[in-house]
Design a protein around this ligand. Structure first.
Ligand code: MIG
Length: 663
C-alpha cells in the first residue's frame, strides 16, 4: 500500500479525501508523537542537511519550505510579508525529500496546524495539531517526488477544470464603478490592440454590496450589457462575498433567516457581523441544505449570461461582530477620562485594534455540520472551501455539461475539486513576482492547478517595468489576471508607454494557450503538476534541487523570469542542453542552443525567455499581427507552428476535448 492512514484523536471530517482508506493501528512509523498538558499533539521527524520540504500550497516563502514556521489558519491579511505565518489557505500537504527517502504527509484536520520546518531547530520538522486530532495520510513507496504527488492527488480526487476561455487574459480593478467604467477599459484595450477575454466585476456592481443583486443605477441594463460585452469577446466575471446583508425585503436575507441557513451563536440567535454590506449574517455552508440553497443563488447571474465567478471574503473576513464591538465600546469607557500612561495607552490601542478579524470572534458562532453543532473555530479552515463547494455543486446540478469559471480566496484541500484560487492581496513589489512563481508548485501538489496571483500586484503603486516583468511571468499562469486595489495607481496594460511590448506579451500568451491548455488538462486528468520544480525532473542534479526562481511548465519548457528592478537579464541554470527562445512577440524570436550549466542570459523589458527542453516540442498558435485577434474565441481557427529541439513535432500530443472546441 502506498497510502496509509493513521488517526489521532477524533478529527472532524473535512471531506477533502475521496478514497476510503481504513486507519492502521499504532503510531505513524518513523515519527515521534507527543501530547502536552493542553492536549496539543506534536509529531516530529529529524531532517538531514540535504532534506528538502515541499508543499503547503498557498503560503509564504520559497519552493523549499525549510527554515520557517507556517500556520494553517485561513487569514485575511493583506500584508504578505516574509515574517508572516499564514495566508488565506490551509493546504496541509508536505513532501519531504532526502537523499534516500521520499515521503508525502497529509494532515487532514480543519483545526489550526503549525508546521515548524526547521524553525525552532534547524534539523527538526515538527507539526503541532492544536486540536489534538487529525487523519494522517502517509504516502511512500516511490523514489520519485512526482509519483508521490500523483498518489496523493488520486487520494483527494480530480482537480477542477475551468472553461478554456478562462485561460485568456483578464482585467480587474477594485474601483470600476459602472458599466461605463468597464466599457471604457474594454475600449482602451481594443484601441491598444491588446486581446482580452475577461473583465472582472468587483463589489461595486452590486446594489449596496448585496450578493446576487445588480446596482441598477450604475449597471442600468445588465442583461444587455453582458451580451454587449460577449459580442466584443469579453466575459464579465462578478465577485461574490461570503456575508449576506441584513435587510428586510432582500430575498437572500429573508430566505436564509426563514430557513435557518445562517450561522448561529450559542444562544441560538444568528451571528451579526459586519463586512462591506454593513451588518451581515454568514451562511452556514457546512450545512448541506444551506449549501444547496446558497449555491442555487448563483443562478440569478447565470440566467443573465454570466459564466464565471470569484468568491471573496470567505475566511470569513470580519470587520467586526456586533457583540465584540459592544465589548470594545464598553472597554473604551474606562480610558475616557484617564490620563493614559504608557501601559494603558498600549492596552487601549490593542483594544481598538482587536475589532477586525479577531480570532475570538470565530468562537462566537456555530455550524450545523452533518447534524452536529460545531463551533466555527474548530472548522474555520473549511469555510471558504464549503462556500466554493456550494457553487460547484450547484453548477453540476444546474448545467452539468458546461464549464463555469470559479475561483476562491480562502481554501482547504478538497476545494480543488470545485474551483481554483487566486493568492489574494499581494503588492506591487518585485519580491511578490518571485513569490508568485514560488507558490505555484505547492499549489499544484495540493490539487490547485487553475491558480494565479494578482499580476502587477494588488496593493501599492505599480511601475511600468514591474508590470512588464510580472506580465512576462503571468503569461504562463493558468489564471492570468491583472488586478489592483482602489486608490492605487492604475495598471491596465494600456496605461503605460510601451503599449507594443504589452500587446506582444499578451499575444504571446494566446500563442502559448493551446500548449498551456493542453498541458493543464494533462496535469488535471493524470493527477499531475503543471508548474514543476526542476528537482522533480532532474533528481540526480544537486544544483537543480535548489533552484528557487525557475520552473518547468508542462513537459516541454522551462521558464526563468526576471524579477529584479533595472536588471538587464539574469543567471539561469540549465540542468541539460536547452534551446533558448527569446521572444519579443509570437513571431519575432531568436533561438540559441545553450549547453547545460550556468548562463547569464540578457532579457530586455519587452522580452520573454523560454527554454525548450531537448527532445521536446512547443506548439505555438499563429496569432495574426493585426487587430483582428481579440482573444480565445479567435484561437480555434488558427494554425499551429511547432518549435522543436531534437524532436519530431508529430510526437507532441495535443490534448483536445469537446470543450476545447466548444468553449
Ligand atoms: O476587503 O472586493 O482580495 O481582490 O478587490 C477587501 C474588494 C475586499 C479583497 C479581495 C480583493 C478585492 C477586495 N476585497
Amino acid at each position: 500500500m502506498s497510502v496509509r492512514r493513521y488517526r489521532i484523536g477524533a478529527p472532524i471530517p473535512t471531506e477533502s479525501v475521496v478514497k476510503d482508506i481504513p486507519a492502521e493501528e499504532g503510531n505513524l512509523p518513523g515519527w515521534k508523537l507527543q501530547t502536552d498538558k493542553e492536549g496539543i499533539v506534536s509529531l516530529s521527524i529529524s531532517m538531514t542537511p540535504d532534506t528538502i520540504v515541499y508543499g503547503l500550497g498557498e503560503t509564504l516563502r520559497g519552493i523549499n519550505k525549510r527554515g520557517w514556521l507556517y500556520t494553517s489558519n485561513c487569514t485575511d491579511d493583506p500584508h504578505h510579508w516574509e515574517d508572516k505565518h499564514s495566508l488565506y489557505a490551509a493546504h496541509n500537504f508536505l513532501l519531504i525529500v532526502s537523499e534516500d527517502s521520499c515521503l508525502g504527509l497529509y494532515v487532514d484536520t480543519p483545526g489550526i496546524v503549525d508546521f515548524d520546518i526547521g524553525y525552532s531547530r534547524i534539523d527538526l520538522l515538527s507539526i503541532r495539531l492544536n486540536d489534538g486530532a487529525a487523519d494522517l495520510y502517509l504516502v511512500d513507496g516511490f523514489s520519485a517526488p512526482r509519483q508521490i504527488v500523483r498518489e496523493f492527488r488520486s487520494l483527494i480526487g480530480q482537480s477542477y477544470i475551468p472553461p478554456r476561455w478562462a485561460l485568456g487574459f483578464g482585467q480587474s480593478r477594485w474601483g470600476y464603478r459602472s458599466a461605463d467604467d468597464i466599457r471604457e477599459v474594454v475600449t482602451k484595450y481594443e484601441e491598444a490592440g491588446i486581446p482580452l477575454d475577461m473583465m472582472y466585476l468587483d463589489i461595486d456592481y452590486m446594489e449596496r454590496f448585496k450578493d446576487f443583486t445588480i446596482n441598477r443605477e450604475t449597471f442600468p441594463d445588465f442583461d444587455q450589457f453582458v451580451q454587449e460585452m460577449r459580442s466584443r469577446g469579453v466575459r464579465l466575471v462578478p465577485i461574490i462575498d461570503a456575508g449576506v446583508k441584513i435587510e428586510e425585503g432582500y430575498s437572500v436575507y429573508e430566505e436564509g433567516v426563514q430557513n435557518g441557513y445562517f450561522c448561529r451563536k450559542e444562544n441560538g440567535e444568528y451571528l451579526t457581523a459586519a463586512v462591506w454590506p454593513g451588518r451581515v449574517h454568514f451562511p452556514d455552508f457546512l450545512n448541506e441544505q444551506a449549501r444547496a440553497w446558497f449555491g442555487s443563488q448563483y443562478r440569478f447571474l447565470l440566467d443573465k449570461g454570466i459564466e464565471g465567478f470569484w468568491n471573496d471574503m470567505n475566511e470569513p473576513a470580519i470587520f467586526y461582530t456586533e457583540d465584540h464591538l459592544k465589548e470594545v465600546f464598553e472597554g473604551i469607557e474606562q480610558y475616557r477620562d484617564k490620563n493614559l500612561d504608557i501601559q494603558s495607552f498600549f492596552d487601549f490601542k490593542s483594544l481598538v485594534g482587536s475589532v477586525d478579524n479577531n480570532p475570538e470572534d470565530y468562537k462566537r458562532f456555530y455550524h450545523a455540520y452533518h447534524g452536529r453543532k460545531i463551533r466555527h473555530d474548530k472548522v474555520h479552515n473549511l469555510y471558504g472551501y464549503y462556500m466554493t463547494r456550494a457553487a460547484g455543486e450547484f453548477f453540476t446540478r444546474h448545467c452539468p455539461d458546461k464549464r463555469i469559471l470559479m475561483f476562491s480566496r480562502a481554501s482547504y484541500i478538497g476545494m480543488h475539486r470545485y474551483g481554483g484560487i487566486w493568492t489574494g492581496d499581494n503588492r506591487s513589489w518585485w519580491s511578490h513576482i518571485l513569490l508568485n512563481l514560488q507558490q505555484m508548485p505547492g499549489l499544484n501538489m495540493c490539487g490547485f492547478i487553475y491558480a494565479g496571483a494578482d499580476m502587477g500586484g494588488f496593493g501599492a503603486d505599480a511601475t511600468e517595468d514591474l508590470v512588464l516583468r510580472w506580465t512576462a511571468l503571468a503569461i504562463f499562469m493558468p489564471l492570468m489576471r491583472n488586478h489592483s486595489a482602489r486608490g492605487t495607481r492604475r495598471q491596465e496594460l494600456y496605461q503605460f508607454t510601451q503599449t507594443a511590448a504589452f500587446r506582444n506579451l499578451v499575444r504571446l500568451r494566446y500563442a502559448l494557450l493551446p500548449y498551456l491548455y493542453s498541458e493543464m488538462m494533462k496535469a488535471i486528468l493524470q493527477n499531475d503538476m503543471l508548474m514543476i520544480p526542476l528537482a522533480f525532473e532532474y533528481p540526480a542534479d544537486h544544483r537543480a534541487a535548489h533552484v528557487e526562481d525557475q520552473l518547468l511548465v508542462g513537459g516541454s519548457i522551462m521558464i526563468a523570469p526576471v524579477y529584479q528592478q533595472n536588471a538587464e537579464g539574469r543567471y539561469v541554470y540549465l540542468p541539460e542542453d536547452m534551446t533558448l527562445l527569446r521572444f519579443r512577440s509570437p513571431e519575432d524570436f531568436d533561438r540559441e542552443i545553450l549547453s547545460a550549466g550556468d548562463h547569464y542570459v540578457p532579457c530586455a523589458l519587452h522580452e520573454v525567455l523560454v527554454f525548450l527542453r531537448k527532445g521536446h516540442v512547443l506548439p505555438l498558435a499563429q496569432i495574426p499581427d493585426d487587430d483582428t485577434f481579440r482573444g480565445s474565441r479567435d484561437l480555434k481557427e488558427l494554425p499551429l507552428q511547432y518549435l522543436a529541439f531534437d524532436a519530431d513535432p508529430a510526437f507532441y500530443e495535443m490534448y483536445r476535448d469537446e470543450n476545447f472546441e466548444r468553449n
